[in-house]
Write a protein that binds this ligand. Structure first.
Ligand code: NAD
Length: 302
């Protein structure tokens, strides 16, 4: 941990790093240290609620301990699943300390827009794991300036980037995982209600999520004959790094809490629990679906 703190302090000399992030980076290693201590003392959440002992999963999308993908990886691991983590290089310092909380993880940097890294990653996973059972796609990206203002102001490149990272990547990752995926496997992607209805400021991400949800249905049809299932989880708003890029996110949280039948927000563990269900045999005849975990928000008309 001390080496890690000094690495962070070295980075602090860079004047371009905002103060908020500097403070966050200083507190982060301590938070992870105490979390990992508690994890050791408590011995993890043995078996979770589903026994997936002996299964293997690839998880894309861990940026820090708040990431939905981190909560999924941890819960899957606690249920007996060995995890291969694909993380972006820029998140390395925040992801590495988390790995000590997983049992026998494999982790490597990867980026869904980089063919060389993708080939290396899937090659290494095959070498380490042989076959895998689950693929978790928990990634999205759009420039901050495209998550505010008018949707039609988006430029061509901004639109392409959002689609490539947030939607096309599901087809790309599926194509690469298929040769090493066991029959009856499960692929899960993360989406949001802004794919169906207008959520102010969500803009280009709403359009990318609409494409992602349609991709889920087409891919489900492509891989169904191997018993492999593909589903999307439509999660209510959760405070994460990606969410903080959406203008007015705090109001989204408040609005969701007030309007939802259950009068509360969800958290990343709710998404992880649903992921476990969608990985398990309990959902063996569910595919091509968008499944909601949003405290009921999406059923409301007005
Ligand atoms: N947080 C929410 O309110 C919410 C609600 C519904 C759906 N989602 C979806 O959940 C998923 C996870 O987001 P999160 O909220 O946990 O935020 P997050 O910032 O923790 O995760 C986003 C991840 O995407 C990864 N990523 C971005 N570009 C990438 C690239 N080119 N290659 C590889 N990885 C890349 C980032 O490294 C990061 O790990 C996203 O698809 C998001 O749209 C989030």
């Amino acid at each position: 941990m001390f080496i890690y703190v000094s690495l962070i302090l070295e980075d602090m000399n860079d004047k371009k790093i905002p103060l908020k992030f500097r403070l966050y980076s200083m507190v982060y290693p301590m938070r992870i240290f105490f979390k990992s201590l508690t994890n050791k003392v408590m011995g993890g959440e043995k078996m979770g609620n589903f026994n997936l002992e002996g299964k293997k999963a690839i998880v894309f999308g861990i940026a820090n301990d708040q990431s939905i993908a981190w909560h999924i990886a941890k819960k899957l691991n606690d249920s007996g699943v060995q995890i291969a983590v694909a993380y972006q290089e820029r998140a390395e310092q925040l992801v590495k300390p988390l790995l000590s909380m997983l049992k026998n993880p494999f982790a490597m940097k990867c980026d869904v827009v980089d063919d060389v890294l993708l080939t290396e990653f899937f090659g290494k996973v095959e070498k380490e794991f042989g076959k895998v059972d689950f693929l978790v796609h928990s990634i999205a990206f759009a420039k901050k300036e495209h998550l505010q203002g008018k949707f039609y102001d988006i430029d061509r490149r901004g639109y392409q980037v959002a689609q490539e990272v947030s939607s096309y990547s599901l087809a790309e990752l599926t194509r690469r995982v298929m040769p090493i995926m066991n029959e009856n496997g499960s692929i899960i992607a993360m989406t949001y209600y802004g794919a169906e209805k207008v959520a102010p400021n969500y803009n280009v991400m709403g359009v990318a999520k609409a494409a992602l949800e349609a991709s889920v249905r087409y891919i489900a049809n492509d891989v169904g004959e191997k018993g492999i299932r593909v589903n999307a989880i439509s999660a209510g708003p959760v405070k994460t790094l990606a969410a903080s890029g959406i203008s007015g996110f705090e109001q989204m949280l408040e609005h969701a809490r007030e309007k939802a039948p259950l009068k509360r927000n969800i958290d990343a563990d709710d998404v992880a629990n649903l992921t476990l269900f969608l990985c398990s045999d309990m959902s063996k005849n569910i595919t091509g679906q968008v499944v909601y975990v949003d405290a009921g928000y999406s059923v409301m008309g007005i």
